[in-house]
Design a protein. Sequence first.
Length: 301
Amino acid sequence: MADNPSAVEGARIVGERYVRSKRRANPEGRMPLFDHLRELRNRVVKVAIAILAGAIIGWVFYDQIWNFLQRPYCQAVGFCKLNVSGHSLIYIGVMDGFYLHLKVGIIAGVIITSPLWLYQIWAFIGPGLYSREKRFTYLFLGAAVPLFALGCFFAYLAMSRGLKFFLSMSGGGLTPLFTADSYLGYWIAMIVGFALCFEVPLFLVMLNQARVITHARFRKWRRMILFLIFVFAGIASPSPDPITMLLLGGVVVALVEVAEIVIYFNDKRYARNHPDLYADLADNELAPVETPEPVDADRSS
């Protein structure tokens, strides 16, 4: 068949007709429940394999990754030196060193393989979305990922300042001995807290897209929104020092102001596409009522 071009072309045409017939028979790409569960299982297995491969890479490069994670602590205590009290992290359990390797490897694996498992999530939910919903999803991810990365960057800058605050609260005559596991928990909490705060402006824009918040309502409640941002910044940041809270809250407020501009122009666009039919009516003027067209007697019969 490979030597006969007409046969190859005929097979291709038959294949295209078969695919088109399947699409016409199932234009929305629906499948039974068990097929959905089977598809979900396949996606979960692929995500698990990808994270496992990334965790192995994180295990191999553990020393380099841990030095990067430990740098804010070294900046807070002045310098890091092994087996020097107050200038090195410790572990107290027999298995703590192994668990620390495992946690760092998994965290690194999740970060390294994030494009892969994000694609698997999108490949599972994407076929069930309309084109408009897909467009908003692309815009959401296009803004959420940079904001998340920006939050992680500011969290990394603020970690050493937060640790200095905690060290200053211990008072004189005390030697701080932080375990590596507790420090890793503090590191993760700072990253997640800052990242969530940096997603607040995007959350406001999405509420405006859903017509839950308008620019007029945002302007009316501006002071309350800004106050709640600082409250949320204080709660989300595990470091209670005022400088960290002001740094986080100030940057988020600047991003919220940018979000307000987006909301303003989005409301302008919405007003052009959805004009108010009753905007020019006076308070004592009745709205026009459209009378139904008369039904043709011959057609009704």
